[in-house]
Design a protein. Structure first.
Length: 262
């Protein structure tokens, strides 16, 4: 699995695009169960206070994240292949930089290089086939998405999403991403409506490689202590010049399956 911002691939005879790379809810044990009656009463009073902490979300292991990855059987219209542990580890070591430090979280989202220090990760490539009606009309469509799941200790997932929101606000005018020596110029960011999980955010991303425009969508959805990321390459854009739809069915299916691991 290679980064969508590093390797170019032929999409049509005369069109070149970029190739795509390659949470959880939970509860906590009742700490008052074994306490003496008077201690339980005091604890109950304290728990009723407005400042009582919420139960910590479950931090999923690598095995649990792999189990939570969406598959072909979970929805129609996609071919999905999970990445192995070696591929995930290699991607984590990839070097990503930007010409604007405040834009680095977005660069990491687009290249699927992890933000912060996740406890565990899992990846899958999802290829969406063009619709029959589009093929009949001679239109090239479909998309490629690298689905990423990353679990975090503490508030790591919340902080990662917050950093993305801050970067989106600061970098709307564009920035340059360099991954392992290959540079791509992002020329514009636009808000993408994304829903699901505990909180979500996303953007439409216009980029240029050797003067050729490409369109991406990039979304992140937090489910408990896990951040699900969806960098998407719009395959039809380089041919038609028209933006395709964000694959909401894919992200919805992934978040629904992820929630079941809580």
């Amino acid at each position: 699995m290679r980064s969508m911002l590093v390797r170019r691939s032929a999409v049509a005879a005369s069109a070149v695009s970029l190739a795509l790379l390659v949470t959880a809810c939970g509860g906590s044990k009742d700490d008052n169960a074994d306490a003496a009656p008077e201690d339980r009463a005091g604890a109950a009073s304290a728990s009723a206070a407005p400042s009582a902490a919420e139960p910590a979300a479950k931090v999923l292991s690598e095995a649990e994240l792999k189990k939570a990855l969406v598959t072909d059987a979970d929805l129609e219209g996609f071919k999905i292949k999970a990445g192995d542990t070696a591929q995930v580890a290699a991607l984590a070591k990839s070097k990503v930089s930007t010409d604007k430090a405040e834009c680095e979280p977005l660069a990491r989202l687009l290249t699927s290089v992890p933000m912060g220090e996740p406890a565990a990760r899992a990846l899958a490539m999802a290829n969406q086939s063009p619709k029959k009606e589009d093929l009949a009309a001679g239109k090239l469509g479909g998309s490629m998405t690298l689905v990423g799941l990353a679990s975090y200790e503490g508030k790591g997932a919340e902080e990662a999403l917050a950093s993305l929101r801050a970067a989106g606000a600061a970098c709307a005018g564009g920035f340059t991403v360099t991954q392992d020596g290959a540079a791509v110029k992002v020329t514009k960011l636009e808000e993408l409506k994304v829903s699901g999980g505990d909180e979500a955010t996303g953007w439409k991303v216009t980029a240029e490689v050797d003067g050729t425009p490409s369109l991406y969508q990039a979304a992140a959805v937090r489910q408990g202590a896990t951040l699900a990321t969806f960098p998407v390459q719009d395959l039809g854009f380089v041919v038609t010049g028209k933006a395709g739809d964000y694959p909401a069915a894919l992200s919805d299916a992934q978040i629904a399956k992820l929630a079941q691991q809580g």
